[in-house]
Ligand binder design. Structure first.
Ligand code: SF4
Length: 362
């Protein structure tokens, strides 16, 4: 494992950079700016190709642009929404980045490597209001929503980090924050990532994970694209779910599952139910039985996730026999289930753990 953290992560920003990040501009805004500085329209295509496809780190590297234009870009815009202030590399080559925003807030993104697959996990908010009891991200509450470009630029940061023969194949919106609580910016970011004119990743390669905001799930079902939906369930009944995912108190499993069924009816896409296994809390055979009953007849897949340790929390993952037993019960009851492989186990792999550690040092 290797770990590098810049000291600037720990320092408050004295004054925010007033320049806008270039990718926060719409195409029309960039075109208007080019016209206003006396540049030709075809420069738009060149600049966007550099920003979205190429693996560069500054405007200076846009070698087919005149030096004067590169200078104007540098004066007027920031190259990126982020400063990279932390970088951890696990022995399985999972990499986690800690990114500082212009207002000094911190977010994380991760790339996980499997043969032929590079999955990027991105954040949608600074912190999270959902308060799931096993999660480091919720411990400090939510500070603000990320903008659309702050969401999709995390994928570009990883894209630029990968080797020449590697590419981003999948995106999971499972990092810090509740994506559907920042719906409009999320959808604008997904539009950027999935449209051919921009990043061009197929919608079927993008998964949004939510603790479940029923109205938003129904809206998401009707967005017209084939994105995947994952629901963080974590418990087979309301009483236990409300203890683990406090926001469930205002939602309730019935309403959530109705919205999930609606998503399936509208899109025909199977839903993944995420279930973090917490030792002695929700990992008993009786819980597996109850979960199987809850999901019976639904086109569902259960992703069992042994909890990633968070040093501030007392909860732990169950041992392997317990995890295997839980999975077997589901399968025996006809519910497809898999245990998610641990990635990045020797770095701060839990969602929000790296950010939390830095926040505590400030
Ligand atoms: S698990 Fe997800 S929804 Fe729950 S507190 Fe953490 S970031 Fe928020």
């Amino acid at each position: 494992m290797s770990d590098s953290i810049s000291q600037s992560a720990l320092l408050p920003q004295l004054s925010a950079d007033m320049r806008r990040p270039l990718l926060a501009l719409t195409e029309q805004e960039l075109l208007d700016w080019l016209t206003s500085v006396g540049e030709k329209k075809f420069r738009l295509k060149q600049i966007r190709k550099w920003m979205i496809e190429r693996r560069i780190k500054s405007f200076d590297q846009m070698t087919d642009l005149p030096a004067a234009l590169r200078q104007k870009l540098t004066t007027e815009f920031r190259f990126s929404s982020f400063e990279q202030v932390g970088h951890q590399i696990a022995s399985d080559r999972t990499e986690k980045l800690l990114l500082k925003l212009n207002d000094s807030e911190l977010v994380e993104c991760v790339v996980m490597r499997e043969p032929g697959r590079h999955t990027v996990c991105i954040s949608t908010q600074v912190g999270c209001a959902m308060g799931c009891v096993f999660c480091a991200s919720g411990l400090l509450g939510v500070k603000r929503d990320l903008t659309a470009s702050e969401i999709f630029e995390q994928v570009l940061v990883i894209h630029r980090l990968l080797a020449d023969d590697e590419r981003v194949t999948n995106v999971v919106v499972m990092g810090i924050g509740e994506p559907l609580a920042n719906y409009d910016n999320l959808m604008a970011a997904l539009e950027f990532l999935s449209s051919e004119e921009n990043f061009g990743l197929g919608a079927r390669r993008i998964t949004v994970s939510t603790v479940g905001l029923p109205k938003k799930i129904r809206e998401f079902a009707r967005n017209g694209k084939q994105f995947n939906l994952a629901i963080s369930l974590h418990a087979p009944n309301d009483e236990l779910r409300t203890k683990i995912v406090p926001v469930n108190r205002n939602i309730g499993l019935n309403e959530l599952l109705d919205a999930a069924d609606d998503f399936f009816e509208v899109t025909g896409r199977r839903i993944s139910y995420e279930y973090v296994l917490l030792s002695g809390v929700n990992d008993q055979p009786a819980h597996a039985e109850e979960l199987a009953t809850l999901l019976r007849g639904r086109n569902a897949h259960v992703n069992l996730i042994p909890m990633n340790g968070v040093s501030e929390l007392v909860m732990t993952a169950p041992g392997e026999p317990m995890t295997r037993r839980f999975c077997e019960i589901l399968e025996q009851r006809g519910i497809p289930a898999t245990v998610r492989k641990r990635k990045g186990a020797d770095i701060d792999a839990a969602c929000g753990q790296l950010r939390l550690n830095r926040e505590q040092q400030r």
